[in-house]
Design a protein around this ligand. Structure first.
Ligand code: NDP
Length: 338
């Protein structure tokens, strides 16, 4: 990206060259997360087949407490994906009124079972439950969400462990799209424990120079414009505009925001016939944290939907097989060892 020095009263400020606001003659390559996720699921299915033939079919337990409609949809997707790749899955549905002690008993039982390799507790849990205590109780070897502090520690010390699914999916998109990471400037906007921090750690481990931004970051657009790889994990529809993006950069949009307001929809998507038809039918549209205009500046971009989203479940399947292999160690047939 070209920069010019702007002479302000006392000091010189680095501003983007107006040249860089010109549309990129080559619009961004759209990184097809659905295809990448499908490839991973096929690879996982092949591994599961080998393991099952050796009597070690990986097993996943999903704990869904109460009746949160969004959680029910997510869990249905996870169980269906497990069936498709041949993983044994079990859905446990303790009632909404469950206490921390009752859920701890459920987790302890799953920890003990040899046919269960992965345990996933669907969040959020009801208000009366101590969520941290429940997540801490999951055996780190079965923690397929990668949220347990033991797995967080393994990630930050580059030891084998279970990595949170969405950030792991971000890395898979980069690697499988042949986007170089080592030596590049990576900027992650968002510092949550489940997305921003692990995504930053994974890119650091892959030898990027990583900056993590958040709501208190000064000159966010300026920091983001340094990025060769920009990861947006904020939860604010269309916040990352072209002014945040170095021409040619790779932009990974983790955000999932539901837009229902017609004026907001038109602001982002007026003239997009496919989106308009969908919005008319459903009354809402799913969009990321990245403004559609970024496609004119970026070199490569993940769409929403169809970008990072599908990778999350694919990496859950991957993690379940990884947990099974790590637990069962040398008994796993040679071909399917990591
Ligand atoms: P959190 O709300 O936990 O974290 C959001 C982060 O964004 C925080 O670190 C916050 O900063 C930062 N932030 C908020 N506003 C601003 C701002 N104006 N400027 C700079 N930084 C800001 O969200 P999650 O990490 O859980 O999720 C992020 C997004 O990713 C959401 O849209 C979520 O739906 C989506 N998501 C998608 C998944 C998928 O499968 N594709 C899976 C998981 C999440 P601070 O820390 O200072 O508050």
């Amino acid at each position: 990206m070209k920069f010019r020095f702007a002479a302000h009263s006392q000091c010189k400020i680095l501003e983007p060259d107006p040249e860089s606001r010109k549309p990129n003659p080559m619009p961004a390559t759209i990184l097809d997360g659905t295809k990448i996720a499908q490839d991973i699921r096929s690879e996982v299915a092949a591994e599961v087949k080998i393991m099952a033939a050796a009597g070690m079919r990986p097993g996943l337990a999903v704990v869904l407490v109460g009746h949160n409609p969004a959680s029910e949809i997510y869990v249905r997707g996870k169980v269906k994906a497990s069936e498709e790749v041949g993983i044994y899955s079990e859905k446990l549905t303790p009632p909404e009124s469950s206490t921390t002690a009752e859920l701890l008993a459920v987790i302890e039982d799953l920890n003990r079972r040899n046919d269960i390799d992965g345990i996933l507790v669907q969040l959020p849990l009801p208000g009366q439950v101590d969520s941290k205590k429940i997540l801490m109780a999951v055996d780190p070897a079965k923690d397929v969400d990668g949220f347990h502090p033991v797995n967080v520690g393994f990630l930050s010390t580059q030891r084998p462990g279970l990595v949170p699914c969405t950030p792991a999916g971000v890395l898979e998109i980069l690697k499988r799209s042949n986007i170089p990471i080592a030596g590049r400037e990576a900027v992650v906007v968002g510092r949550s424990d489940i997305v921003g921090k692990p995504a930053a750690m994974l890119m650091l481990n892959a030898n990027a120079t990583v900056t993590v931004c958040h709501s208190k970051t000064h000159d966010l657009p300026g920091v983001c414009r340094r990025a060769d790889i920009l990861v947006a994990a904020i939860g604010r529809a269309g916040m990352i505009t072209r002014d945040f993006v170095k021409p040619g950069a790779t932009v990974i949009d983790v955000g999932m925001n539901t837009v229902t307001d017609a004026a907001e929809f038109n602001h982002f998507f007026a003239g997009n016939a496919k989106r308009e038809e969908n919005f008319r039918k459903k009354g809402s549209t799913l969009m990321g944290d990245v403004h559609p205009e970024v496609a004119e500046v970026a070199g490569a971009l993940t769409p929403v939907p169809g970008g990072v989203g599908p990778l999350t479940i694919a990496m859950l399947m991957f993690n379940t097989v990884k947990a099974a292999k790590m637990r069962r160690g040398t008994r796993v047939p040679e071909l399917s060892r990591a």
